[in-house]
Design a protein around this ligand. Structure first.
Ligand code: NAI
Length: 271
C-alpha cells in the first residue's frame, strides 16, 4: 500500500467505530491527521492513542452539519497546514423507525447529519484541496472518500430515512467526481459502502430494529444468526476491515478510481 507521508488528512466522526479505526489506519500509513467529531472526549482518546503509537494527529471539535464550524476549521487548516490532501466524510447516524411512526423531524435529523455533513465537507474541503491538487500529476491530487452504506443499494426495513440518505451520499459522490474532473481540479471522489460493521452504531441499531420486527421473529440476542443470514461470509464486519478499504481509496493505489463505489459487505449485496 502506498504510504501517506506528507499528506494532510481530515476525518469527520473520527471518535468512534469506523472513523476511529480509519484514523488509526491513516496515521499508521504516515498521514498528518486532523480528527474531528462532536464527541470531544472519545476523539481526544483516539488522538492520544495515535500519538502514543508515534503517529501525527490532533483533535478538533466539529459538528459536521454546521457550516460556520466548517468555515473556521478549513480556514485554520489552510493557515496552519497550507491545505488538505485527503478528506474522509464519515460522520453519520442511524435511526430505526417504522415509516408510520416517523415524524418529519425524525426524517430531517437523519438527512441533516448524513447528507448536509457530506455536502459541507465536499464544499469546504475543496477550498483547502484545490491549489495543492492542481500541482500534482493526474489522479495523484486530492482525495475525498464518502462513507455511504450497502443501504445505498438495498432496501432496509425500519430505516427509510437512513437508506435514502446513503443513496444520496453515493450519488453526490458521482456528481462531485464528474464536476471536479470536468473543471480540472484533479480531486478524486469515491464512496465506500460497508455492510453491517461491529461499532457502537450497530450495537444500538440491531436491538432497535429487532424490537420493531425488522428481522422477523428473531430476537436481538440471536445476533450471530442475524449476521449469518444477511452476510454470506457469515458474520458482521470489523471496523478495521472498512478502514483498510478507506485507506486504499485515500492512497495513490486507487489513482485510477473516481466516482466509484467500493463495497465491503461480506457478500450482503450479492445475495
Ligand atoms: P458510530 O456511531 O460508531 O460512530 C459515528 C461517529 O460519528 C461518532 O463518533 C459520532 O460522535 C460522530 N458523529 C455523529 N454525528 C456527528 C456530527 N453531526 N458531526 C460530527 N460527528 C458526528 O458509527 P459507525 O458505525 O462507525 O459509522 C460511521 C459511518 O459508517 C456512518 O456514516 C455510518 O452511516 C456508516 N456505516 C456504518 C455501518 C455499520 O454497520 N456500523 C454500515 C454502513 C455504513
Amino acid at each position: 500500500m502506498t504510504r501517506l507521508d506528507n499528506k494532510t488528512a481530515l476525518i469527520t466522526g473520527g471518535a468512534m467505530g469506523i472513523g476511529a479505526a480509519t484514523a488509526k489506519a491513516l496515521a499508521q500509513a504516515g498521514a498528518n491527521l486532523i480528527i474531528t467529531d462532536i464527541n470531544t472526549e472519545a476523539g481526544c482518546a483516539v488522538t492520544d492513542a495515535i500519538q502514543e503509537a508515534g503517529g501525527q494527529a490532533r483533535f478538533q471539535p466539529l459538528d459536521a452539519t454546521n457550516e460556520q464550524a466548517w468555515t473556521n476549521l478549513i480556514d485554520q487548516c489552510i493557515a496552519e497546514q497550507g491545505g488538505l490532501d485527503i478528506l474522509i466524510n464519515n460522520a453519520g447516524i442511524f435511526r430505526a423507525k417504522t415509516i408510520e411512526d416517523s415524524s418529519l423531524r425524525d426524517w430531517h435529523e437523519v438527512m441533516d447529519t448524513n447528507i448536509d455533513s457530506v455536502f459541507l465537507g465536499i464544499k469546504h474541503g475543496l477550498r483547502a484541496m484545490k491549489e495543492r491538487a492542481k500541482s500534482k500529476p493526474p489522479g495523484l491530487g486530492g482525495v475525498i472518500v464518502n462513507v455511504a452504506s450497502i443501504s445505498a443499494q438495498s432496501g432496509t426495513p425500519c430505516a427509510l430515512a437512513y437508506t435514502a440518505s446513503k443513496a444520496a451520499v453515493a450519488h453526490m459522490t458521482k456528481s462531485a467526481a464528474m464536476e471536479f474532473s470536468a473543471l480540472g481540479y484533479n480531486i478524486r471522489v469515491n464512496a465506500i459502502l460497508p455492510g453491517m460493521i461491529k461499532t457502537p452504531m450497530l450495537n444500538g441499531l440491531i436491538n432497535e430494529m429487532a424490537g420493531l420486527g425488522a428481522f422477523g421473529t428473531r430476537e436481538p440476542d440471536q445476533l450471530a444468526d442475524i449476521a449469518a443470514s444477511l452476510h454470506p461470509i457469515g458474520r458482521f464486519g470489523e471496523a478495521d476491515e472498512i478502514a483498510k478499504g478507506i485507506l486504499f481509496l485515500a492512497s495513490e493505489d486507487s489513482s485510477y478510481m473516481t466516482g466509484s463505489e467500493l463495497i465491503i459487505d461480506g457478500g450482503y449485496i450479492a445475495r
